[in-house]
Every structure is written in structure tokens, then in C-alpha cells.
Design a protein around this ligand. Sequence first.
Ligand code: HEM
Length: 121
Amino acid sequence: MDSLYVQLGGEETIDKVVEQLYRNVLNDSDLAPFFDGINVPLQQRKFLLFLNLATDGPHHYSGLELRSAHANVVEKGASEMHVDKLLDHLKSALEQVDADSDLIEAVIHRVKCYTGDVLGH
Ligand code: HEM
């Protein structure tokens, strides 16, 4: 069976998803303030690599641990609600590239598994 990465359409699709995700996130007044001063293209690249990890893609995610990467974000008050909003934005970005609903559910499930790391639980 192909990896989720391949089923989604590979790098071209994932690129579009990440672009759309950050468009959604930066338009969300609850999430945007957390990204003040963040280099967005670099952040997109990191999230793209993270999605490779979450969907068994070919590129290696060699960034910081999600836990340490989000320590500041948690200190500034990020909670489950913020993660849920980010996941909703990811879901709509996947819908915009016409991914199958089963596939969308599988990706969201995989990414949601990292919530504990992100929130430092
Ligand atoms: C399951 C949910 C999430 C995942 C999978 C995720 C993933 C990532 C990844 C891969 C990075 C790059 C880390 C690195 O430097 O290697 C990152 C950074 C970041 N994330 Fe998240 N994230 C999530 C939720 C959130 C939420 C809810 C917020 C805001 C409320 C947020 C704000 C940030 C910020 C501001 C950075 C940049 C940190 C910095 O460069 O100093 N993230 N995230």
C-alpha cells in the first residue's frame, strides 16, 4: 500500500497544502499573534518536512523536537483549542486540494498524535 504521502499526491500537493495552511493560520486572529516575528517561508519548509514524517514521505524532518520548538508558544498561552484550530485549518487546506475524506481523516489523526509533544504534556 502506498504511503499517505504518495496517496495525497506527493510533494506538489503537500506544498500546496502547507501554503494554504499558513494562509489560513495567519488569517486566524487567535493563531496569528503566535507567529509574530516568525520567518514564515522557513516555518512552511519545516512544517512540510514535519508532514513528510507524519505521512511517511521521503524527506527527513531534522528540526528541533516539537516539544522544545513550542516551549515559547505554550508559555504564551497556547492550548488544546489552538491545536484544534490549527488542525481545522489543515483539514480545510487538504479539502482545497481535493484530497479524499478518508485520506484527510488519516492525516489529521497522524498529526493530532503530536499534540502532547506540542503542548508539552
Ligand atoms: C499538532 C499541532 C502542531 C504541529 C504538528 C506543529 C508543528 C510545528 C513544526 C514542525 C514547527 C517547526 C519546529 C522546528 O523549528 O523544527 C513548529 C514551529 C512553530 N509552531 Fe507549531 N505545530 C503545531 C501547533 C502549533 C500551534 C497550535 C501554534 C500556535 C498557537 C504553533 C506555533 C508555532 C510557532 C510560533 C512555531 C515557530 C517557533 C520558532 O521558530 O520559534 N504550533 N510547529
